[in-house]
Design a protein around this ligand. Structure first.
Ligand code: CAA
Length: 260
């Protein structure tokens, strides 16, 4: 399988390794990368031999630094809402609902859509240099790839809301303390540790694992995700969105307006 923005490699007959490979953009998720990830994950899910997928980012700096801001900064509210809906369908909900477990090996920045991809995965491991956050409100938008829902599911509403509205980044140890990642390991050991988790999974029944994932997912309502789609789109109509994304590109602090 040859793609432009991801690398796919089988570590064994049963373990597939997918690397998001846009290191110059800190592996930011543009439309094409999301489509390629969907295709690769769909193939893994349909491949009877593949029992575990490990996802990571290329380079030593970033897992994924978010959705590609430069791609969506001129979108209309309708295009913004569609971006969120398509992302959920092709990647974030898709990963969460896969019967083949996905391990996110968070090897650096996991911000915005990057953290949202990790939150959709079934297991999260972080390297010591990893930093996580949902910085969207600093751009005048909200998390639109499930972050408003899944961060609260993982770490509780209070801490999730605090992280979302402060837009702050947390380090790997704090993420561990919050229950956001299962383990923190030195960066050079991250892949080996992910493979050890994969091997634990391989001892178990694939059918039972698929049923267990479906049962755990069944606990959570879809209503919040629909609201997130809509409100993500609504943010694209605001002056703050234009200011926040422009300030990012111009490498300056945004000058936001008044409330509501
Ligand atoms: N989108 C597009 N480009 C990005 C990007 C992103 N999310 N994150 C980084 N890049 C680009 C930078 O623009 C820069 O490109 P140029 O060299 O062409 O200028 C390159 O990657 C390297 O980044 P920096 O020079 O900024 O690296 P740094 O070490 O100074 O900072 C960082 C690292 C703190 C991660 C910083 O890049 C950053 O804040 N990135 C944006 C993080 C963010 O806001 N993510 C949320 C995106 S919105 C989202 O995800 C919406 C959603 O839920 C659907």
């Amino acid at each position: 399988m040859i793609y432009d923005n991801i690398l796919v490699k089988d570590l064994s007959d049963e373990i597939r390794y997918i690397t998001i490979n846009r290191p110059k953009q800190l592996n930011a998720l543009n439309k094409q990368t999301i489509e390629e990830l969907h295709d690769a994950l769909d193939k893994a899910e349909k491949d009877e031999k593949i029992r575990v997928v490990i996802i990571t980012g290329s380079g030593q700096k970033a897992f994924v630094a978010g959705a590609d801001i430069k791609e969506f900064m001129h979108f209309t509210p309708e295009e913004g809402q569609a971006l969120s809906e398509t992302g959920h369908r092709l990647l974030f909900d898709f990963v969460e609902q896969m019967q083949t477990p996905v391990i996110a090996a968070i090897n650096g920045y996991a911000l915005g859509g990057g953290l949202e991809l990790a939150l959709s995965s079934h297991i999260r491991l972080a390297s010591e240099n990893a930093r996580m956050g949902l910085p969207e409100v600093s751009l005048g938008v909200i998390p639109g790839y499930g972050g408003t829902q899944r961060l609260a599911q993982h770490i509780g509403k209070g801490r999730a809301l605090e992280m979302i509205i402060t837009a702050r980044q947390i380090d790997a140890q704090t993420a561990y303390d919050y229950g956001l990642v299962s383990e923190v390991v030195p960066q050079e050991k991250l892949l080996d540790r992910a493979v050890e988790y994969a091997q634990m999974i391989l001892r178990n029944s694939p059918q039972a694992i698929g049923l267990a994932i479906a049962a755990v997912n069944a606990a959570y309502s879809r209503e919040g995700f629909r609201t997130e789609n809509e409100l993500f789109g609504r943010a694209f109509a605001t002056e703050d969105f234009k200011e926040g994304t422009t300030a990012f590109v111009e490498r300056r602090k945004p000058d936001f307006g008044k409330k509501g």
